[in-house]
Design a protein around this ligand. Structure first.
Ligand code: M6R
Length: 357
């Protein structure tokens, strides 16, 4: 039930801090250790390479998961779009583990890959919001994202929940690999949940940004680097799918290799700046588009913020910034869609789960 909320999407955005806290509880045992079955642990640790397979928003969560797995645990990880992998399989390592990420657990493109993977005898794990779903039943192992039913077609809380579960897996793998890890995912997730709450309380500001930047435009660009690149791809998908404003998320450094030709007077460019090592690079890219007339909006993080940035998120662990920086992007998309008179929860041409190839 959406209760007092005008739309499921807004309710589901608001639920995110609770979902993250719920995941912390579910994945922690009484001794504050990570709770994972021995089978799953053995599958993760026994694999020489992880292959994450997903579509849409879940694919974007996978991109962040890869970063966490490689950076925290030194575990080689690839992320593939399910429909691509299905007909154009890359070379596999000797002992792969396939990880399917799917909110619904019913995405046909993922299922196609899973069927092939099983036939080839490779182990598989599904991370899903719907245990009992097809992908969950057919994979060897399942991890639950505990986000509660997600009704709006635009995925919000499932995305942040998926990344939270991947953070827990990365921490567990890091412990297995190195004996200990500096990445205390459980603690850092609780900090992130608090930060998400701060952003959920800033709805009026996000509505104003949507009005100032997206009311009259037909297109918008998002830029970021590293973790911020992954989150801007998700921000762009959110905006286009519910407001029908043509939007793309780019790696900051790529703009000048072509896309900058599209920048005109007033074109909105939304930059996400949370990673200290690339802060100045992204700000430099922003200056390049501003010089061509772009209307810049900056979502930054405390510590690498400037006074005139439009949104500043509280400081969180660098691996977890997407969980927080996506919240303003979700809200801005929501209000842009509302201002454009779109059917927020049921955008045209889209189904909640895509059960055909
Ligand atoms: O249920 P799944 O996570 O497998 O769905 C994958 C995509 O269809 C889904 O994330 C889609 O991109 C959303 N509508 C995005 O908001």
């Amino acid at each position: 039930e959406k209760g007092t909320y005008a739309h499921y999407m807004l309710k589901e955005i608001d639920e995110q801090p609770f979902v993250i806290r719920n995941i912390i509880q579910k994945y922690q045992d009484d001794d504050n250790e990570i709770k994972l079955s021995d089978d799953i642990r053995a599958a993760l640790n026994g694999a020489d390479r992880l292959y994450i397979i997903a579509a849409g928003t879940s694919y974007h969560a996978g991109l962040v998961g890869k970063e966490m797995m490689e950076k925290a645990a030194g575990k080689p990880t690839e992320v593939h779009i399910a429909s691509e992998f299905l007909y154009n399989q890359p070379l596999l390592s000797r002992n792969p583990l396939f990880i399917f990420i799917s909110q619904s657990g019913e995405t046909a493109d993922c299922r196609g890959v899973l069927v092939n993977v099983k036939e080839a005898g490779h182990p598989s794990l599904t991370i899903t919001n719907v245990p009992g779903s097809t992908l969950s039943r057919e994979a060897d192992y399942t991890l639950h994202t505990y986000a509660g039913p997600e009704i709006a077609v635009a995925s919000t809380k499932a995305y942040t929940a998926q990344m939270a579960v991947l953070a827990v897996l990365a921490m567990d793998s890091a412990r297995a690999a190195f004996g200990d890890t500096e990445f205390d995912a459980i603690y850092e997730l609780s900090i992130a949940a608090n930060a998400m709450e701060v952003l959920c309380d800033a709805k009026d500001d996000m509505e104003q940004i949507a009005r100032d930047y997206l009311f009259e435009t037909r297109n918008a660009f998002f830029i970021g680097r590293s973790f911020d690149y992954h989150v801007v791809q998700e921000g762009a998908l959110k905006l286009k799918e519910i407001s029908y404003i043509q939007a793309e998320g780019f790696a900051g450094g790529e703009l000048k290799h072509g896309t900058i030709a599209l920048i005109e007077d007033g074109t909105p460019v939304i930059a996400v700046v949370t990673q200290e090592n690339v802060e100045l690079n992204t700000r430099g890219n922003l200056q390049e588009v501003v010089a061509r007339g772009a209307h810049p909006c900056v979502v930054s993080m405390e510590g690498c913020h400037r006074e005139d940035d439009q949104v500043v998120i509280p400081s969180v662990h660098p691996y977890l910034t997407p969980l927080v920086s996506v919240v303003p992007l979700q809200l801005i998309s929501y209000y842009a869609a509302l201002h454009h008179g779109c059917d927020v929860d049921k955008p045209r041409n889209l189904a909640k789960s895509v059960t055909v190839e």
